[in-house]
Structures are given as C-alpha cells and as structure tokens.
Design a protein around this ligand. Structure first.
Ligand code: RB5
Length: 149
C-alpha cells in the first residue's frame, strides 16, 4: 500500500509570511504536504494566533512536527513552548537545527524570518527534517524539563 505523504502544520505572522511561502514550496519538493494555518498576507497580525494552532496539533499528536516563523522567532517559540510536550527551537543556522534534533528532539522548528535568507532557511529546514534524535543521555535531560515546579 502506498504510504501517505506526511502533513506538517506551518504558520507565520506578517514578518514570516514570505518565508512561509518559500518553505511550503520546499516541503512540496520533498514530498511533504504543508498544512498552512496562515497568515495569508503581509498585513500586521499577532504571532500567537498561528503558534497555538500549530503547537496544538503537535501537543495532541495530530501532527508529529510543526514549523513556525516570525521576525525573530522568539514570540512564536514562547507561545508554542506553552504546549505540553512541545519543544519549539529557534534555529538560525543548519548546525543549530541539526543539534536541536540530535540533542533536544525539537518537534517544532522556529525560524527568525527577518534574519535568515531563503537559501539558509531551506538548509535549516532540511537539517531539521532529516536529523534524528540521538536519545540516550539527551532523553534523560529532556525528561527533566517536565520537572519544573
Ligand atoms: C513583528 O513585528 C515581530 O514582533 C514578530 O514577528 C516577532 O519577531 C516577535 O517575536
């Protein structure tokens, strides 16, 4: 039976809108379906309105992983990381994206759209998509994140 293509929820505010369109094309090139939760123009919006639906899908297991972008990546990561089990990592180089997978099992990739060019963003996305979690000592460390009182 043919396997269904993975579907990844993706969201951006106005600062990330153009980069989102570029990464949706890059996902399609890789045979991955993007579920575009918006925004759909460069009109001013609030990042949390897009972070929460994407993070909710990952929190509830509807999606295995998600992608977000805003100007710095920070607002999106703050909002997404409020969701249980979500590990949203801001990555501005492919190396950071790779380490975010290997060491931190990042299940949401956040890009700082105003600080990365299109080619760098494609490379960041590729590193995050293709790198597995290392497990081992890193799994122990991730488990301790839940220890917050
Ligand atoms: C929007 O101007 C900007 O504040 C937003 O995209 C983001 O950088 C917030 O963290």
């Amino acid at each position: 039976m043919p396997t269904r293509p993975e579907r990844i929820p993706i969201g951006a505010d106005h600062a990330g809108f153009e980069l989102k369109q570029i990464l949706i094309e890059e996902l399609a090139r890789r045979g991955i379906l993007a579920e575009d939760v918006g925004t759909h123009s460069t009109d001013s919006t609030d990042y949390a309105d897009y972070a929460h639906p994407v993070a909710h899908e990952v929190e509830t297991g509807v999606a295995k992983r998600g992608i977000l972008m805003c100007g710095t990546g920070l607002g999106m990561s703050y909002a997404a990381n409020r969701h249980h089990g979500v590990r949203a990592a801001v990555a501005w180089t492919p190396e950071i994206a790779k380490l975010a997978r290997e060491h931190n099992d990042a299940n949401v990739l956040v890009l700082p759209a105003r600080f990365v060019d299109a080619d760098t963003a494609r490379a960041i996305l590729g590193a995050w998509l293709d790198t597995p979690f290392e497990g081992g000592r890193h799994a122990r460390r991730i488990a301790k994140i839940e220890d917050a009182t």
